[in-house]
Design a binder for this molecule. Structure first.
Ligand code: LMR
Length: 394
């Protein structure tokens, strides 16, 4: 019996698989607008200066690389709880350092299943990995409509309709901001309406926050977190430090469990540790040390805040330049909405065939759902990208 022959084929990952194809492409003018990483004008994924300084300090300190506790370093956890929640009560706020936000989402799925939740509602569209993570945790994945790509508006009535009919024992995931892949978030009124319904229907709320600081500013972007904190006595927050500290490959994320009753925090901690230990044992040490060093130094923290805010501003101006160039190229399609979108992503409204043509004929890589990473555009590649899109649309 050849056991390996039992394996079934699996699809190539729509985002990371694209990076593999990109590296295999030998054309010098190729452009990777696929994976969500912030790049500078020179096309390199940015290393924050504050991160570099923190690394220098850590190198000089010459500390060992011993194992971290299952749920991470205690001081790091205190620092990130302060960063995200300001004043917080440790009896009602639990946090675990996870291997990226991906592990936080996976842990949240395992815990939801253990809580008796059967179904999770995800926005349609969403980050494709949400489906994999939650279905592998034993949950049924359902969707709520998210955005009207024609009218460029949130599909609020339909969102409310679907969630109103969600069965008991369901959870609802909302992205905090800079929606991946749409680039558009609910406004405050829409957030309020959705949140009220989730509370009324007693659905379990989960926030996924991967881009804090890239929308309107670090504090402004946390509006949904403040809203959830005011409306729900229990909810989860899965958080990524990949983008806002530029620590992608260091895999630093966090799983936050809020229980205002304080009754279940210990159980939540034990369950989280159980699932982490059974998956990857404990998180990596270097990324959390970098963040802890930055947050504990007023100088480094100020420099990190400044760098993040510069990136947010540059993204805005890249969006303007991109739309101007698209208009000036004579493309008849209206791309003005890209200027209103926030964060790293916007949808180009291209068919799968057009996306493939863009890649095969021009070496311009975007995700199959036509998501483009604005943060990988630069003055050097803008004309080439716009011209390629123009040719695809003709
Ligand atoms: C993305 O959406 O491109 C990033 O979150 C990277 C990833 O893991 O997919």
């Amino acid at each position: 019996m050849n056991y390996l022959s039992n394996l079934k084929n699996k699809p190539i990952d729509p985002i990371l698989g694209l990076t593999v194809l990109f590296h295999e492409d030998t054309r010098p003018n190729k452009v990777n607008l696929g994976i969500g990483a912030y790049k500078s004008e020179d096309g390199e994924v940015v290393l924050f200066q504050s991160v570099h300084e923190a690394e220098r300090y850590l190198w000089e300190e010459k500390r060992s690389k011993s194992y971290l506790p299952i749920d991470g370093d205690i001081v790091f956890k205190e620092e990130i709880l302060k960063l995200i929640y300001g004043q917080y009560d440790p009896k009602t706020h639990f946090c675990a350092h996870t291997a990226g936000c991906t592990a936080a989402l996976k842990v949240s799925g395992n815990i939801l299943t253990s809580m008796g939740i059967q179904t999770i509602y995800l926005p349609d569209l969403t980050w494709q990995n949400h489906y994999l993570l939650y279905s592998m945790s034993g949950l049924k994945t359902e969707t709520y409509p998210y955005f009207d790509l024609e009218k460029k508006t949130l599909r609020l009535t339909e969102i409310l309709e679907v969630l109103k009919n969600a069965p008991e024992n369901s959870a609802v995931l909302m992205q905090v901001g800079c929606h991946n892949p749409v680039g558009r978030d609910p406004n405050e009124e829409e957030w309020e309406a959705i949140t009220n319904l989730i509370a009324e229907k007693n659905l379990f709320p989960i926030l996924d926050c991967a881009y804090q600081g890239f929308g309107d500013g670090f504090t402004e972007d946390a509006y949904p977190i403040r809203l959830y904190s005011s409306k729900f006595s229990q909810y989860f927050l899965c958080y990524s430090f990949s983008k806002n500290f530029g620590l992608y490959g260091e895999r630093v994320g966090a799983f936050f469990g809020i229980d205002k009753t304080g009754q279940f925090i210990d159980k939540l901690r034990d369950n989280t540790k159980h699932f982490i230990r059974g998956a990857y044992s404990s998180p990596g040490i270097h990324g959390s040390r970098i963040i802890k060093t930055i947050l504990q130094s007023s100088e480094l923290k100020a420099s990190w805040e400044e760098e993040l805010s510069e990136m947010q501003k540059r993204l805005r101006s890249l969006r303007c330049h991109f739309v101007e160039k698209l208009k000036a190229s004579g493309i008849s399609r209206n791309y003005d909405y890209i200027q209103k979108d926030k964060g790293l992503f916007s949808l180009m409204g291209l068919s799968k065939e057009q996306v493939i043509k863009l890649r095969e004929n021009f070496g311009v890589y975007i995700v199959e759902n036509s998501r483009i990473n604005i943060a990988a555009l630069s003055m050097a590649n803008l004309d080439y990208v716009v011209d390629a899109i123009k040719q695809i649309l003709n």
